[in-house]
Design a protein around this ligand. Structure first.
Ligand SMILES: Nc1ncnc2c1ncn2[C@@H]1O[C@H](COP(=O)(O)OP(=O)(O)O)[C@@H](O)[C@H]1O
Ligand SMILES: [Mg+2]
Length: 448
């Protein structure tokens, strides 16, 4: 089995260390631009390109493209050279060459795309996700046994801006690259996870074409389109009506992480849950169980190893139901603005669910926004000490790259796979991977 090169650092080192926290490899990532003829014109580092920015501010640029895209992100323009591709899969250059030769998956050469370019292999995100699934099929990476059912991970803490959405998206991507099949569900009406995965939650169908995208790039159905039919069916004691087709988006193709997106209409689920009869905290858990039992037509969650819920920052019925559905809760905590209160509230919510329903997800605290130069971090470390058994064995550095990645409708890991914060999320995902395998094995033991 292959593993990421040894960049694992215990939290204590991250807290006290004085190492550079950002590392770029400008030659590792290629990006093709689209000109008025929709032909690749040049290839260069994504860091030097503003052509990836495809939001409203770059509308004229996008209009020049002849083909409408299915996401706002120009994900199909992303190409990685060997080193960046190897970093994303956690393998050496040589191992990746071997995969490319033996997997039977077409890997392109730069010279095929741009006359005169060297004949080096270039990997698209879709190719990498296919390779990740191939590795799994070859048993080169560990995966939960078939039929285990998805492990549910809820990313939640009652405070905004702590890195919940960033963690949800980055973890979903890395777990998929580790060979798992992941469904990310955006439960926040602010829809930042939806945007990071390449979709524009604020545009109407009529506006899509003007922005150079197909109707697939905007949000027409959300988790509300899934939960509402289920709630109705339960309340009326009737079979659940069919879920709308297309509610699950596949921004990086079939083999990449899938997404149920959000927009403002997702807000409808809050009053629906509040007014629901019975054990409303358990409806989300029951929806997943019903899908695994085959009684939610159009929604088959059994194909996933992992479901990640990205929660809103406030206390809500939706978040509580997502915690009650979870095997694991991840609480990202900002080290530069630590709030024990949000964490304390989350823990008391978990205690309450345990008392009422005997539901107790495991909790992992993930420190984010780490910056060694901040004196405050020492004080926060002391505060965090009381939770030391729950803290992840890695932290995420503060990096201005994260806010920038939202503008490009693409997660940082796919934009800059070799930069330090991307590698930190990789490490965290490896830790999660181990926990997921343990939880899946325990679930199978209990079931048998
Ligand atoms: N480690 C980090 N360093 C710097 N900025 C970050 C980091 N993680 C997230 N951000 C940025 O902070 C803002 C809030 O992050 P987000 O993940 O949306 O938090 P939440 O979902 O908890 O509200 C975003 O602009 C995001 O890009
Ligand atoms: Mg968020």
């Amino acid at each position: 089995m292959q593993s990421e090169s040894a960049i694992a650092l215990p939290l204590v080192f991250l807290m006290t260390g004085n190492r550079p926290w950002l590392f770029f490899d400008q030659n590792s990532l290629l990006c093709k631009n689209i000109d008025s003829n929709d032909l690749p014109t040049n290839e260069h580092c994504i860091q030097q390109s503003d052509h990836l920015h495809s939001g409203p501010s770059s509308l004229p640029k996008i209009r020049r493209a002849m083909t409408l895209r299915s996401t706002f992100a120009q994900a199909d323009s992303l190409l990685y050279r060997l080193r960046a591709a190897g970093t994303l899969l956690g393998v050496t250059d040589n191992t990746l060459r071997g995969y490319a030769d033996h997997a039977g998956i077409a890997v392109r050469r730069a010279s095929d795309l741009t006359p005169g370019a060297p004949a080096v292999r270039v990997f698209s995100p879709d190719t990498l996700f296919q390779l990740a699934q191939w590795r799994r099929a070859q048993h080169y990476v560990k995966a939960p046994a078939a039929g285990s059912g998805p492990i549910v991970i809820t990313v939640d803490v009652i405070k905004g801006g702590t890195g919940k959405t960033t963690t949800s998206v980055e973890a979903a991507l890395h777990l998929q690259l580790l060979g798992l099949r992941v469904l990310l569900v955006d439960l926040d009406v602010q829809a930042n996870a939806t945007q990071l995965m390449g979709y524009e939650p604020d545009l109407t169908l009529d506006e899509a074409e003007a922005y150079g995208v197909t109707s697939a790039a905007i949000v027409q159905d959300t988790f509300a389109s899934v939960l509402m039919p289920f709630l109705e069916g339960r309340q009326r004691n009737q079979p659940v009506r069919a879920m709308p087709q297309g509610v699950i988006k596949k921004p990086f193709g079939e083999h990449g992480p899938h997404l149920i997106p959000a927009d403002t209409f997702l807000g409808d689920i809050e009053p629906a849950l509040a007014n629901a009869k019975g054990q409303r905290e358990l409806y989300l858990r029951q929806l997943i169980a019903a899908s695994l039992a085959g009684s939610t037509p159009g929604l088959d969650l059994s194909v996933y190893d992992v479901i990640v819920f990205d929660c809103p920052p406030s206390v809500s019925f939706t978040s509580t139901a997502a915690i009650a559905a979870a095997d694991l809760v991840i609480a990202p905590i900002r080290l530069d603005a630590f709030s024990v209160k949000g964490l304390t509230k989350l823990m008391s919510e978990i205690d309450g669910l345990d008392a009422a329903y005997h539901v107790r997800p495991e909790l992992i605290i993930l420190p984010t926004h780490y910056a060694p130069q901040l004196a405050r971090i020492g004080r926060m470390q002391t505060q965090l000490n009381q939770y030391r058994d729950l803290i992840a064995p890695c932290a995420i550095s503060a990096s201005e790259e994260f806010p920038k990645s939202l503008d490009s409708y693409l997660p940082l890991t796919l934009q800059k796979p070799t930069c330090h914060p991307s590698k930190e999320y990789r490490l965290f995902a490896e830790h999660l991977h181990g926990r997921i395998l343990t939880l899946a094995a325990a679930r199978r033991r209990t079931a048998s």
